[in-house]
Design a binder for this molecule. Structure first.
Ligand code: F0G
Length: 460
């Protein structure tokens, strides 16, 4: 990243404020116990700075709020759907659009349409809901991300890249007919918010073309990925983020989008495709799972806010400040010697819980433990991204033991100031200073699907 010589400030001013609760240590201890040491089960009223997720937590602009008033709440053919379709075609270049209530609604549709039992879906690491839908449709996931992505200490700039040799091996083993598509995320959330390079995507396109395999793009944070390409990839520095986003999309055949991230809305998503047959099938199935194909579970006003948010998301000032704020927090922690995933991700800072709490074995959930301790310290809510999130192998029933055992400090877009980031950094340092006294957790309740959302724990 270019060194930041000048101080920077947020490229917006505040027009409305939302007071947040300050809690005492005793209140936090009671709330945490009540929540089974799972930050997902805390009441947000008990949280001071909420870094659980960047999903649906963005502040909308005055233009988006104005757009909400222009909602056309017709059951069929709402004008806001056509605005959204125009925005998707203009900024992302995909031909056909199916709105969904959020990203996983689109993942459900594409998995049901393209995956047959016994199929294999290679991907640049997995995302929890994406893989769950692939498995529900009878497929299995194959990890083809570069090895560097599994190494929290590697500073390789494009940890989201695909290792083409790994993909070739999957093709050789199963045959291209068993691979309905390659699943590519921009950026890779579970690797720590790491980007894929444009060159790697082009090479991937060439290889998949040779075998007639589609690329389906999880474009949840595509503008952030494009920003990193602009700053890190040779020859890309003079291009606009908007232009790079379009090129990324043009190298893929379709996309699932959680508009709750990049696109700056509190709810919404879509499936986009360039293939008429896939579109037609999705238009049939969306009626069963989401709603009619011109609203897909969304109100007209939600679609309008999304259409406007998509345009804002590729604005140079916006994306520089968005990623810049995350880098600010990450650099503060690096300077203080806190072990984090390098390079700093685009949507959050990921603490390396194995290095932070080396005395807590992975079977005692170091990342879950650290997230709980961070909440106790100052009311900062974060998220486990380690063995609890990884879940169990559906064949053997054994826990996946991921290399990466992380706590994610995810920064909502346009919500917190730099001063909030200073408070967060100070809290992490305090917990780090008393790390030797921290012991692990045991799981006392485990739900069947996506267990991290509702699992409960007790102190060992
Ligand atoms: N893909 C990626 C890369 C995601 O990060 C998410 C959501 C989804 C798909 C699913 O989208 O939530 O709209 O259904 N990530 C959130 C997070 C939950 O906190 O990282 P959704």
């Amino acid at each position: 990243m270019p060194i930041q010589r000048e101080p920077w400030a947020e490229p917006y001013k505040i027009k409305m404020v939302e007071p947040i609760t300050m809690t005492t240590p005793a209140q936090r201890e009671a709330a945490l116990k009540e929540a089974g040491y799972n930050t997902f089960l805390l009441h947000s009223d008990d949280v001071y700075i909420d870094l659980l997720t960047d999903s649906g937590t963005s502040a909308m602009s005055d233009r988006q709020w104005a757009g909400m008033m222009l909602g056309d709440e017709a059951y069929a053919g709402s004008r806001n759907f056509y605005h959204l379709e125009e925005a998707v075609q203009k900024y992302y270049g995909y031909k056909h659009l199916i709105p969904t209530h959020q990203g996983r609604g689109a993942e459900n549709l594409i998995s049901r349409i393209l995956i047959k039992p016994g199929d294999v879906v290679p991907g640049n690491m997995y995302f929890t809901t994406t893989r769950a839908h692939q498995e529900l449709a009878g497929g299995s996931f194959a990890d083809i991300i570069v090895d560097e992505a599994h190494d929290a200490k590697s500073t390789f700039p494009f940890k989201g890249n695909v290792d083409l040799k790994k993909l070739q091996a999957v093709i050789d083993q199963h045959g291209a007919k068993k691979i309905p598509y390659v699943s590519i995320a921009t950026t890779v959330n579970m690797a720590g918010g790491q980007p894929i390079s444009l060159q790697n995507l082009k090479d991937l396109r060439a290889l998949t073309n040779k075998h007639g395999i589609r690329i389906i793009h999880d474009m949840t944070r595509v503008a952030e990925n494009a920003y990193m390409i602009k700053h890190l990839e040779k020859g890309q520095e003079h291009r606009s983020v908007q232009d790079i986003v379009l090129e990324i999309c043009s190298l893929t055949d379709g996309a699932t989008m959680s508009a709750k991230k990049d696109a700056l809305v509190n709810i919404g998503g879509f499936l986009a495709t360039n293939e008429w047959d896939v579109f037609e099938e999705a238009r049939n199935q969306v009626v069963l799972y989401e709603g009619l194909h011109t609203y897909g579970g969304l109100a007209g006003r939600d679609m309008e806010a999304m259409a406007i948010g998509i345009g804002e998301s590729v604005g140079e000032d916006h994306i520089r400040a968005r990623v810049g704020q995350v880098l600010y927090l990450g650099n503060k922690l690096i300077e203080a010697g806190i072990p984090i995933v390098l390079p700093i991700g685009t949507h959050g800072v990921f603490l390396d819980a194995k290095a932070f709490l080396p005395h807590v074995p992975q079977t005692a959930y170091p990342a879950q433990t650290l997230a709980a301790e961070l909440y106790l310290d100052a009311g900062v809510r974060t998220m486990e991204r380690g063995v609890v999130s990884a879940g169990r192998n559906k064949e053997t029933g054994e826990d996946y033991m991921p290399e990466l055992e992380l706590v994610r400090l995810t920064v909502p877009r346009r919500v917190y100031t730099q001063a909030h980031m200073d408070v967060v950094a100070a809290s992490v340092l305090r917990v780090h200073e008393r790390r030797a006294s921290i012991t692990g957790l045991k799981m006392v309740y485990e739900p069947k699907y996506l267990r991290f959302f509702q699992a409960r724990f007790e102190k060992i």
